[in-house]
Design a protein around this ligand. Structure first.
Ligand SMILES: Cc1cc2nc3c(=O)[nH]c(=O)nc-3n(C[C@H](O)[C@H](O)[C@H](O)COP(=O)(O)O)c2cc1C
Length: 202
């Protein structure tokens, strides 16, 4: 099984990327998925949606198509998103405009929201209430909110606060759960529904 970890920050040296790398390391340590693909939207250079996407114009072939292929061959997703002005960043919203239903559709996804302060709940409700309609991504009921993110999951123990141990344990728990959902959803996708019969959700 393969999991794609998508980090949504636009900042090149972001806390989202730090958390994404930590999740990738844990997945490998716990042997939960055979393969991981880490997509950092700050560096991926995926264009904002335009009409050329339908014709697979040149700029899309070099940028989006390789990413799309990685996502299509994934069995699960982890969306790591910062809270920016109470929202998810626009590069992440853009990502949900691009795939057809066979890329993310009917695959389980874990939301990991982060905040340098006490925020982080708005991106969870935003992702849960929009963006799934046409992608058919399936967010699992458990999610993670990492508050004061700069003070947890650092490699140097003295940079971490007292919540660090709790958040690491909770992450292991929910990553294991995601891997079980991923196994179960393979059976569901084998049911051979025609994903293109209704390309847009209602
Ligand atoms: C444009 C912008 C808007 C932000 N808005 C919020 C916010 O609404 N709530 C919050 O808790 N933190 C907010 N922050 C602070 C972020 O939580 C903090 O910068 C965090 O590290 C962002 O994640 P990143 O490092 O992955 O970009 C904002 C930061 C930026 C750059």
């Amino acid at each position: 099984m393969k999991v794609s970890i998508i980090t949504g920050s636009h900042r090149s040296n972001s806390q989202s990327a730090k958390v994404g790398s930590y999740l990738q390391k844990q997945i490998s340590e716990l042997k939960l998925f055979k393969e991981t693909y880490l997509l950092n939207l700050a560096h991926a250079d995926i264009p904002f949606w335009d009409e050329d996407l339908k014709e697979t114009g040149d700029k899309w072939k070099d940028t989006w198509k390789p990413v799309e292929n990685e996502l299509r061959t994934s069995d699960a997703f982890i969306i790591v998103t910062p809270e920016w002005n109470g929202m998810v960043p626009s590069k992440l919203k853009n990502l949900f405009l691009l795939p057809k239903a066979d890329v993310m559709g009917h695959k389980p996804a874990l939301i990991v929201a982060i905040s340098a302060g006490m925020g982080g709940s708005y991106p969870v409700s935003e992702l849960r209430s929009s963006g799934y309609k046409n992608t058919r991504i399936c967010y699992i009921p458990e999610h993670i909110i990492i508050r004061n993110v700069e003070q947890v999951l650092n490699e140097q123990p003295d940079e971490n606060n007292k919540n660090d141990i709790y958040i690491r344990q909770r992450i292991d728990y929910v990553l294991t759960m995601l891997s079980k959902y991923a196994e179960a959803f393979i059976h569901l996708r084998n049911a051979d529904f025609d994903l293109f019969k209704y390309p847009n959700g209602m």
